[in-house]
Design a protein around this ligand. Structure first.
Ligand SMILES: [Zn+2]
Ligand SMILES: [Zn+2]
Length: 331
């Protein structure tokens, strides 16, 4: 029987690994539930943004700016700042939802293995097989690629499957995901500050005619505070992961293997995700030069795309390697 450590290495399934166990009925049902949530979570996000927009713009600051009193200037400034954050939040959100996280190119096959290099790599405690094959997709996969049980496909430099964006977070939308977190955090903090005085008013004697609107503001304030607190935790966690060039899956799988082989230094690690162009750090788009570098970072450039019979032969050899590996494992 395989040892627990071997089982973890062999089970190349992001969801299962994140849970720290083998594939089982619970994991399978959790994946089904995530899939069923799908676009429903997109509606939940839009409903929260809509509620916040209604409370901030329609109920409180819009009328204040329209009245033209002494607070009109402050209200107009608050509305401008809020609209900028809300726009960036939605832009980065839909960029993350709609961008393919990183499909392995059709027919991709790793370069042939150098026996000497493979032997020296095998001696290292934190080595990973350079030629990796996904049995579920029946296809080769580059380094740092993982199979997502929810999406039922392999994802390049997969970070995790996120129900909030109804998508996997991988090489090509990780930046957008982080921007979504950051802009949502800024928007929720700003909104909590803007609604604080109205929140306090809720506890005073108020005109019953304003009761419903104040209740909406009250709920919005609570939602914003709750989201900003939880997002701060996520931002700190992902900030540490970016600076050490590690994905969430790798954090669970390999956090004890030091030194981390993908660590290029904090600033270069940051630029691997956000690109070289400072302007692009704030926008949910990739420059063409950054996309080109991703081919190297995701390991795609470390192989070639084969077609038809050539690819079928390469896959057959992978199945043979896997069978031999399993026999050795049992021996
Ligand atoms: Zn796969
Ligand atoms: Zn997924």
């Amino acid at each position: 029987m395989a040892s627990p450590a071997r089982r973890t290495r062999e089970t190349d399934d992001a969801t299962v690994n994140a849970m720290g166990g083998d594939r089982n009925v619970f994991a399978s049902r959790a994946c089904d539930a995530c899939r069923a949530l799908g676009s429903f979570m997109v509606l939940v996000v839009l409903a929260i943004v809509g509620l916040t927009y209604y409370a901030t713009v329609v109920v409180v600051y819009g009328p204040l700016a329209a009245e033209g009193g002494e607070d009109a200037g402050v209200a107009t400034g608050a509305l401008c700042a809020y609209h900028v954050f809300a726009f960036m939040l939605l832009w980065s959100y839909f960029a993350c939802v709609l961008t393919a996280p990183g499909d392995v190119p059709r027919g991709w096959t790793p370069a042939p293995e150098d026996p000497e290099e493979a032997a020296s790599e095998a001696k290292k405690s934190n080595s990973e097989k350079r030629r990796r094959f996904c049995k579920k997709c029946a296809a080769w996969k580059p380094t740092r690629t993982h199979h997502c049980s929810v999406c039922k496909r392999c994802v390049l430099k997969m970070d995790h499957h996120c129900v909030w964006v109804a998508n996997c977070v991988g090489a090509y939308n990780y930046k957008f995901f982080l921007q979504f977190l950051a802009y949502t955090f800024l928007a929720t903090v700003l909104d909590a500050i803007l609604l604080l005085s109205n929140f306090i008013d809720f506890f005073k004697d108020v005109d019953p005619a304003e009761g419903t609107e104040l209740a909406v503001v009250f709920v919005t304030f609570i939602v914003n505070v709750a989201f900003s607190a939880s997002l701060l935790g996520f931002l700190v966690m992902h900030g540490n992961l970016i600076l050490s060039n590690m994905t969430t899956i790798e954090m669970y799988e390999k956090k004890k293997t030091l030194p981390w082989k993908y660590d290029l230094g904090r600033f270069r690690n940051f630029k691997e995700v956000f690109g070289e162009n400072v302007f692009m750090w704030f926008l949910p788009v990739h420059s063409s030069s950054h996309l080109e570098k991703m081919r190297v970072n995701t390991g795609i450039s470390d192989g070639e795309c084969l077609e038809g019979a050539a690819y079928a032969r390469a896959c057959e050899s992978a199945q043979r390697e896997a069978t031999i590996g399993n026999r050795k494992g049992r021996a």
